[in-house]
Design a protein around this ligand. Structure first.
Ligand code: FAD
Length: 326
């Protein structure tokens, strides 16, 4: 079977790996210039910021074996420090149960995961699929013919692609939230903290999440430097999505000042990453969306959950459906 996969995020890479293991051929079309999608590392001035997903928590799903056994382990690091909470920037201990979950990153950046997953796969970078032609068993994508197709972009984007083929599916309850992320690198050391990240459990404060990248993992900044990624919550990100960079960065600096005292106003590196579709707010059912014997499948985190391990699972499930169908 020859399968065309749209998207080289974790879902697309998982599907391609499992299809290859079952002896099928797959080709991944990825519109950007790199693999990984929402698993992305931004490097600047000696800093490495995970600007999308912060870490991977395998939770016993299919990615666990791949991460902990199949892929090279040299740069894999377990995140030791827990996640704490904040209420209006007042820091408190996190949920002890949540902190029992094992979380992993790679030393140089989490983007090492998709890079390792993509090894030996046929990935066409810089190719945006605009339309799907054909019907069950014979599809054309970007000028090539396939027996089956797997769509992995966030559901609103997969939905647009399905439209080009004349299909609609049961996605109505799967909107995605936006996320503004600010990356900041400082030529000063933050005194050691008990946590690597802060979450606003109630999501009432604009700062929904703060990752101290240099507490999360070694080698994310030169010695004596500190790297942060601050994510604004869904409501704030939606309302301010098109704001310029300076007001967002100024606000992030103000929050750091309130958390860690004065002197956090002159970052060496500062940048904003805008995620229009960051994580799904509700889920559509994988079975309802991929009903019957269709060979045009959707394998998006909007069906399995907005986390890396769940996105990977979506790809695995789509590949299994095709393999079982022969
Ligand atoms: C800010 C943020 C923080 C997060 N934090 C965490 C976290 O801490 N832990 C965690 O587990 N998860 C987290 N997530 C969620 C996690 O990153 C995603 O659930 C997961 O990476 C989704 O993978 P995917 O393969 O389903 O989709 P994507 O990674 O979005 O991959 C889809 C790919 O399709 C490509 N594409 C889209 N349209 C086309 C087209 N027409 N033609 C060709 N290619 C196309 C895109 O460029 C993209 O590469 C976070 C996400 C964000 C944005």
């Amino acid at each position: 079977m020859r399968v065309g996969i749209v998207g080289a995020g974790l879902a697309g890479l998982a599907a391609a790996r499992d299809l290859r293991a079952a002896g099928h051929q797959s080709f991944i079309f990825e519109k950007s210039s790199q693999v990984g999608g929402r698993v992305e590392t931004v490097r600047a001035g000696g800093y490495a910021f995970d600007s999308g997903a912060t870490s991977v928590a395998p939770r016993g799903l299919a990615i666990e074996t791949v991460l902990l056994r199949e892929l090279p382990q040299e740069d894999l690091v377990e995140v030791v420090k827990p996640i704490y909470v904040h209420r209006s920037l007042r820091v408190g201990q996190g949920d002890p149960e949540r902190n029992l979950t094992a979380r992993y990153v790679y030393r140089g950046g989490l983007d090492r995961l998709p890079i390792l997953l993509a090894k030996g796969l046929d990935v066409r970078l810089g190719v945006a699929v605009e339309a799907i032609d054909g019907s069950n068993g014979a599809y054309r994508l970007s000028g090539e013919t396939f027996d089956a197709v797997i769509l992995t972009p966030p559901l609103p984007q997969s939905s647009t692609l399905l439209w080009t083929q004349g299909e609609t599916r049961a996605f109505a309850n799967a909107p995605y939230r936006s996320c503004l992320a600010v990356m900041l690198g400082f030529a000063r050391e933050l005194p050691p903290q008990h946590y690597h990240a802060l979450v606003d459990a109630e999501q009432g404060h604009p700062m929904g999440w703060l990752s101290i990248e240099t507490e999360k993992c070694p080698d994310r900044a030169p010695a004596g430097h500190t790297a942060f990624v601050m994510q604004f919550n869904g409501a704030y990100s939606k309302a301010h999505f098109d704001n310029g960079e300076p007001p967002l960065i100024d606000l992030a600096l103000e929050y750091l000042d309130r958390l860690y005292g004065p002197g956090w106003d002159s970052p060496e590196v500062s940048a904003v990453r805008r995620w229009k579709y960051s994580q799904p707010e509700g889920l559509a059912s994988f079975e309802a969306v991929n009903r019957g014997h269709s060979r045009l499948l959707v394998a998006s985190d909007g069906l399995t959950g907005g986390r890396t391990e769940q996105a990977y699972e979506a790809g695995v499930r789509a590949a299994r459906l095709l393999i079982a169908g022969g």
